[in-house]
Design a protein around this ligand. Structure first.
Ligand SMILES: *Cc1c(COP(=O)(O)O)cnc(C)c1O
Length: 389
């Protein structure tokens, strides 16, 4: 077979880091549902001692993750937040982190409610504003934490440009690549040091597991992360590893359709007389569109929109009237989901703060799934009508 670096993304999704099970020839790695492994004599074993440390099904997934993200080393965790937790444990009290100011809520909570107590210092800034970032950079800065596209306004940050800030500094750029997936964007190729995923979303792809991942190229960072993964112990189980691996094998096919369907839905919404604004990185007027064009291979399956009449009730009626879209948190599965940030994911944020962050009362977020696009459009059309009654 050709060297992995020469293979296309679809081939890598299916074969990257994979080989038949050595003991039986099984094409898919068996679900090694075991906690421990026999030793022929004390300390004499086949490289597997205990499943927190080593599990063949998890290892198969970790090799796949490394391959699709163009890294050298992959690590799988019990959730996306467990993966983020492991990255923060690379740091010491007094170390500083610069993060995007519209961070995923769970990440923000982990940073401010847990790690601030342990002496880490966080600065939340607009990562597209280089002056703002530079104003917070100092000798203690160890991590720049970026998400792109962001949630729910689909803001785009230039990864290559952020990577230039590392020059001459002991600094890691971490990119949460959950929304884009490696099908659309490979941050390690753009200068990032660590790629993070909530595998729960597109990589798993079927809304049937909770999992996180990290991928790196640098061996020292990898060794430190493996040490934390084993020492803190937030690993995922073999069954979930199997499901994630199965999801990844169709990632390229799913993402292609997610992108197509999201584009159809975005174009329908932008032409609707009752819709004020559509947040979708594919529109030339979208802030960051140029950067998205440069660093992404498509615009993804996520979008948000606002009604002209910015009322909480109308948005509420709209999302409650959807029949094909399911009203739920999360994203990235085969089924389309709709969410109303003001009353769901961002309800805990005071209204004034929400407004300042650009989250209006009528903002609705869609994770566009793999159903027939015409059914999604028809569903939105009837729900908008209901909201206007
Ligand atoms: C869901 C999500 C996370 C957290 O992942 P879990 O698997 O829910 O722990 C982190 N970042 C982004 C962008 C997410 O969407």
């Amino acid at each position: 077979m050709a060297k992995e670096k020469d293979l296309g993304f679809g081939t890598l999704s299916i074969h990257g880091g994979q080989f038949p099970d050595p003991s039986t020839g099984a094409v898919m790695p068996p679900i090694y549902q075991t906690s421990t492994y026999v030793q022929e004599a004390p300390g004499v074993h086949k490289g597997y001692e205990y499943s927190r440390t080593q599990n063949p099904t998890r290892h198969a997934l970790e090799r796949s993750l490394a391959a699709i993200e163009k890294g050298q080393f992959g690590l799988a965790f019990g959730s996306g937040l467990a993966a983020i937790d492991a990255v923060m444990k690379l740091l010491s009290p007094g170390d500083e982190v610069i993060a995007t100011n519209d961070l995923y809520g769970g990440t923000y909570r982990l940073f401010t409610k847990i790690f601030e107590n342990w002496g880490l210092v966080f600065h939340f800034v607009d990562l597209s504003n280089e002056d703002e970032v530079k104003a917070k950079l100092n000798d203690k800065t160890r991590v720049i934490w970026a998400e792109t596209p962001t949630n729910p306004l689909l803001r785009i940050f230039d990864i290559r440009k952020l990577a230039t800030l590392k020059e001459g500094r002991n600094l890691m750029l971490v990119v949460d690549n959950t929304f884009a997936t490696p099908y659309l964007q490979t941050p390690l190729d753009l200068g990032a040091d660590i790629v993070m995923h909530s595998v729960t979303k597109y990589l798993g792809g079927h809304s049937d597991l909770v999992m996180g991942a990290l991928v790196v190229r640098d061996e020292k960072i990898a060794q430190d992360l493996y040490f934390i993964q084993n020492s803190s112990g937030a690993v995922c189980g073999p069954m979930d590893s199997f499901l994630a691996l199965r999801g990844i094998k169709t990632l390229h096919v799913r993402m292609q359709r997610h992108c197509e369907n999201a584009e159809t839905v975005a174009r329908f919404l932008i032409s609707h007389p009752e819709v004020k604004k559509v947040y979708w990185p594919g529109f030339p007027g979208h802030i960051g569109h140029e950067t998205a064009n440069k660093q992404m291979r498509g615009f993804g399956g996520m979008l948000s929109f606002e009604l002209k009449n910015d009322s909480l009730e109308r948005a509420f009626t709209l999302v409650s009237s959807l029949k094909v879209f399911t009203l739920a948190e999360s994203l990235g599965g085969v089924e389309s989901l709709a969410g109303h940030p003001a009353s769901m994911t961002h309800a805990a944020i005071p209204r004034e703060e929400r407004m300042k962050a650009g989250l209006s009362d009528s903002l609705i977020r869609l994770s566009v799934g793999l159903e027939d696009a015409k059914d999604l459009v028809r569903d939105l059309d009837q729900a908008i009508k209901k909201a206007l009654e």
